[in-house]
Structure formats: C-alpha cells, structure tokens
Design a protein around this ligand. Structure first.
Ligand code: ZN
Length: 56
C-alpha cells in the first residue's frame, strides 16, 4: 500500500484512520488527501494540478 501524505501539510496519514482521500472536485485528476485533524479544523488544501482550493 502506498504511503499517503496530506495534500495540505505533507503529513503522513498512514496511521490516521480518520484520514480521507478523494479525487479533486474541480479537475478529478489529482488525489486530495486530508488528515482527520485537518478535516476537523477545516484546513484548506490546494489541488496540485489545477490549483483548486477547498473546502468551500
Ligand atoms: Zn484539481
């Protein structure tokens, strides 16, 4: 299994059971990874491909 890192902070989410990953809602090409704490704190992410910033 590939080691995933948070899109926003680069933090490893290997041991974060509350982390999520999903396709970019704008371009659908890049995979966005968020940790549990980032979701709870509504930390923004930026798509590395299209520059979309979320969540909005
Ligand atoms: Zn995108």
């Amino acid at each position: 299994m590939e080691a995933k890192k948070s899109t926003a902070t680069g933090t490893s989410v290997v041991n974060d059971k509350g982390s999520v990953s999903f396709p970019c809602p704008a371009c659908g090409e890049a995979e966005i990874v968020r940790t549990k704490s980032e979701r709870q704190n509504v930390v923004k992410y930026t798509c590395p491909k299209c520059g979309f910033t979320g969540p909005n």
